[in-house]
Ligand binder design. Structure first.
Ligand SMILES: *Cc1c(COP(=O)(O)O)cnc(C)c1O
Length: 388
């Protein structure tokens, strides 16, 4: 089976991990800050907080922004559940903004209309979480402009998007947001096994996330309520978590980071090959606005069902039977059984649901070969048209 995504591990990656295993610190050593400094320097953000997953980073980001019961948080329905769950962890209410049918990202027009309505009913969101689907940046300048007018904060769920650019600058620089979050799960652009990271330019948000990442414990005299009892002393001043990344993971991340630009360039090359070879098939692909350089975590096609002889499900199953490990990113979050209890129902986000009825993720990862891509394209042609 050709998978839809997979990591690339080099000898240098293995060596980097082995070095940490032989060192004094498996966790809370020098590799985590080295990785944080490298990511913040790459992205051009002031502070980086490495954690054990993007899910944890999203949770910390919401907490740092003060999200709590009675608040509203909005995100896209076409995302992994973690983008919405983070608001629920904080006791807030979640709501969704429908997607743009061409970029598959949260629609700025739908957002503007929803904000206008929310203002009239005094239900404006505290935080909006745009998701850079497949590694393609949302229209952050427009969302940022709306945040000034309506007074919400912004967390970029850039889990797919490290190595991508928006308006010529690295995604993650937080120029148009308060916090940006990356994931280092093995299918993402670079990996640490499990892992995530939050970036911000705000020292106060950075301090709060650092505190909550490690039990709410501080060793900084300035943060304590009184003078230290002695050199052993620390204080717990908040209810935090253990969301720390290990040095083993960070060393892998640091080693992977040195190949990240090459990974993304390769993904761009493979995507271009798909675009050229898919012409003539009943599919459309994600629109790439001129001010975006996508990290291309995923390559999603939408079947034009009117021109295809088979159903979405038939095409999907046929591809799997032919050894193509296609996937579907994502099932609209509002249709998940857990979300039904909040009153969401089919029909709430028509563009997202329409997308779900047509989308298929094709294999895309740096080590995918062009002959494998040809195999994917041939299998797709058969799946759409063959009499079987
Ligand atoms: C993968 C992913 C997450 C969660 O990442 P983890 O590191 O697995 O916790 C969150 N949001 C999106 C959009 C993702 O793709």
């Amino acid at each position: 089976m050709i998978p839809y995504g997979r990591q690339q591990i080099s000898e240098a990656d293995i060596q980097a991990v082995v070095e940490v295993l032989k060192s004094d610190f498996l966790t809370q050593g020098p590799a985590v800050p080295a990785f944080e400094n490298a990511v913040s320097a790459y992205c051009g953000a002031d502070y980086a907080m490495a954690v054990n997953s993007a899910t944890s980073a999203l949770h910390l980001a919401c907490l740092a922004l003060g999200v709590h019961a009675g608040d509203y948080v909005w995100t896209s329905p076409i995302t992994f559940v973690a983008s919405a769950n983070c608001a629920l962890y904080c006791g807030a209410e979640i709501d969704f903004v429908d997607i743009d049918p061409l970029t598959f990202n949260l629609s700025v027009q739908a957002l503007e209309e929803k904000l206008h309505r929310a203002e009239q009913s005094s239900r404006l969101p505290k935080v909006i979480i745009p998701v850079h689907l497949c590694g393609l940046s949302c229209d952050m300048q427009a969302i940022h402009r709306l945040s000034k007018r309506y007074g919400f904060r912004i967390i970029e769920d850039a889990s797919h998007a490290i190595g991508g650019k928006y308006r010529g600058q690295p995604i993650g620089n937080c120029r148009y947001s308060d916090i940006s979050v990356f994931s280092f799960h093995p299918v993402k652009i670079i990996t640490t096994g499990e892992g995530g990271l939050a970036l911000t330019n705000d020292p106060d948000l950075a301090r709060r996330m650092a505190l909550l990442r490690s039990h709410g414990i501080t060793r900084e005299a300035a943060e304590m309520t009184r003078e230290a009892d002695g050199p052993w002393y620390y204080q717990q001043i908040e209810l935090g978590f253990n969301y720390r990344m290990t040095d083993i993971q960070a060393s892998l991340g640091l080693s992977q980071l040195s190949r990240m630009d090459a990974f993304v360039a390769r993904r761009q090359q493979l995507a271009e090959f798909y675009r050229q070879n898919l012409s003539g098939l009943p599919v459309t692909v994600q629109n790439q606005p001129g001010d975006c350089y996508s990290a291309l975590h995923l390559f999603v096609i939408r079947l034009q069902l009117g021109e295809c002889e088979k159903s979405h499900r038939e095409v999907f199953c046929r591809l799997r039977e032919d050894g193509i490990g296609v996937n579907l990113h994502y099932i609209p979050v509002h249709l998940q059984p857990f979300y039904q209890k909040f009153g969401f129902k089919p029909g709430d986000y028509p563009q997202a649901e329409h997308y779900y009825a047509e989308a298929i993720t094709l294999p895309l990862y740096p080590d995918l070969s062009e002959s494998q891509q040809m195999q994917v394209v041939a299998a797709l042609r058969d799946a759409c048209f063959a009499k079987y």
